[in-house]
Design a binder for this molecule. Structure first.
Ligand SMILES: C[S@@+](CC[C@H](N)C(=O)[O-])C[C@H]1O[C@@H](n2cnc3c(N)ncnc32)[C@H](O)[C@@H]1O
Length: 472
């Protein structure tokens, strides 16, 4: 175990980095290519799997990391062309010690997919879609005062409040299907104290149920997904302790449990077909794939606002709603392909109480717009910068959500719950009232959680279905 803490290649792209000093290893990879390709082509042509799962162990972080993967994809693609077969789906696992610089690898992935898409067309495009927002959006890294790790108590409360639904849903799936391996994905996991919260809750609940049923626990395969710009390095570093703790608490019979980081937008394909039993996402799906576009690439006439406000013209309201409809439909259709028959999905997101597009729930963004406009009036920032900035974020109403789920048609809406969550993340009503009316404390808290303003939270539990028929 100790080697995990101490051994790693030098990260980054500096003079002493592994990235800049791995030519010898590259030569070895090139020389070994005929053996690697011979072996995998043999395996592929004998078995013709629909999904080819490949793991590169000790992948490091540098120009060699994706070298073998590219060779394999090229070779299989060529073989498929020759045999007039459809290229299989690929699921590639890059493994290294938790101290490896994975962030560096993940940042290169959008360009890598783009290149594959260009060269191979639709076949590989299905793997994942690059989205503009990937480049710009992420929660604040680290443990500093403004980090997401230190300002996500509100989201933690949301996760705690939705626990009964999450656990109810996964236990129902587990006890009906008893899979030998339970595959779970948390979409928009971020990097902080909440990241492994749902995973822990799920493992605890399944373990307890298995004890009651006198069964061995299943194997667990957990995928933690977020945008490539998320600090996955920080998550990976916590995994050895997390796994050690699990082993201590649950005993040697528990597991195995593998936890994999999966960088990529959930508005693109993330997983092979029929491969995930349970999808979870909290506080994330209200983030859009891009800022709604109207004229060219930019919303016009939302002057002085950064989100929908009373002064936003109807065309802006329409653009936001249409972007959400497009994104959420896409999200559902992608997950429908990836979920196993009978699989479940629980989503928690902010929702509007009323059909009025300018619901109270967006007041946080209005406060932020007001502050930015103050800075404009003091000449500290340019007016055009505020006018041209719009958030890739949408707070839907219950009806809007239900309409999209119904129109998209891949999932049945099993449960829809509304939770009220207070701004100061307090669960105690009296406590909360005091805080709500203490202007200074409230202002501080609002400012701190400005990146995650989930006041009224809608919560959906969805059932996967195949080709529109229920598999309940
Ligand atoms: C407010 S955080 C929620 C984190 C965690 N689930 C929680 O409840 O504390 C929202 C997360 O969604 C991620 N996110 C936003 N858009 C995404 C996308 N298109 N694909 C994957 N993750 C996304 C962000 O990077 C961020 O980490």
């Amino acid at each position: 175990m100790e080697v995990q803490q101490v051994l790693h290649m030098n990260g980054g792209n500096g003079e002493t980095s592994y990235a800049c000093n791995s030519k010898l290893q590259k030569l070895v990879i090139t020389k070994a290519k005929p053996v690697v390709i011979g072996s995998i082509s043999d395996l592929y042509t004998i078995n013709l799997p629909r999904c080819l799962r490949v793991a590169d162990l000790g992948c490091s972080s540098g120009p060699n990391t994706l070298e073998v993967i590219i060779e394999i994809i090229d070779a299989i693609d060529e073989t498929c062309h020759q045999l007039k077969l459809t290229t299989p789906e690929f699921q590639v696992f890059l493994n290294d010690l938790p101290s490896n610089d994975f962030n560096n690898i993940f940042k290169t992935l959008p360009a890598f997919y783009e290149q594959l898409k260009k060269e191979k067309g639709d076949i590989v495009f299905r793997l994942r879609e690059a989205m503009g927002v990937q480049q710009i959006f992420h929660m604040n890294w680290g443990n500093g005062e403004t980090s997401y790790a230190c300002n996500s108590i509100l989201q933690k409360l949301v996760i705690t409040k939705t626990k009964p639904v999450v656990i109810g849903s996964i236990l129902d799936f587990y006890t009906k299907n008893l899979p030998p391996c339970l595959r779970v994905a948390d979409l928009g996991c971020s990097s902080g104290p909440n990241t492994l919260l749902v995973t822990t809750e799920i493992i605890e609940a399944i373990d307890e149920t298995c004890h009651q049923l006198n069964r061995n626990t299943p194997e667990f395969q957990v995928f933690l997904n977020d945008l490539p710009s998320n600090d996955l390095n920080a998550i990976f570093k916590t995994l050895p302790d997390f796994c050690e703790q699990l082993k201590k608490e649950k005993g040697e019979k528990f597991g195995p449990c593998s936890i994999t980081g999966l960088p990529g937008s959930f508005y693109g394909r993330l997983f092979p077909s029929n491969s995930i039993d349970f999808f979870h996402s909290s506080n994330s799906v209200h983030w859009l794939s891009q800022v709604p576009s109207m004229v060219g690439n930019r919303i016009e006439n939302n002057k002085g606002n950064i989100y929908l406000a009373r002064t936003s013209p109807p065309s802006v309201v329409k653009a936001y709603l249409e972007q959400f409809q497009k994104d959420f439909s896409l999200f559902l259709s992608l997950r429908a392909k990836e979920i196993t028959p009978g699989g479940r999905m629980v989503l928690t997101l902010v929702r509007r109480r009323s059909e009025d597009p300018f619901g109270k729930e967006s007041f946080l963004w209005e406060l932020l717009s007001d502050s930015l406009n103050d800075l404009v009036s003091k000449g500290l920032i340019e007016e055009d910068k505020v006018d041209s900035f719009n958030l890739p974020y949408y707070i839907p109403s219950r009806k809007e959500l239900e309409d999209i789920i119904c129109a998209e048609g891949s999932f049945y809406l099993d449960q829809f719950e509304i939770l009220d969550v207070s701004w100061d993340a307090s669960d105690d009503d009296n406590d909360n009232k005091e805080c709500m009316f203490h202007r200074f404390i409230t202002a501080q808290k609002v400012a701190k959680c400005i990146k995650s303003c989930d006041r009224v939270v809608a919560h959906l539990s969805l059932w996967g279905c195949c080709n529109g028929c229920s598999i309940q």
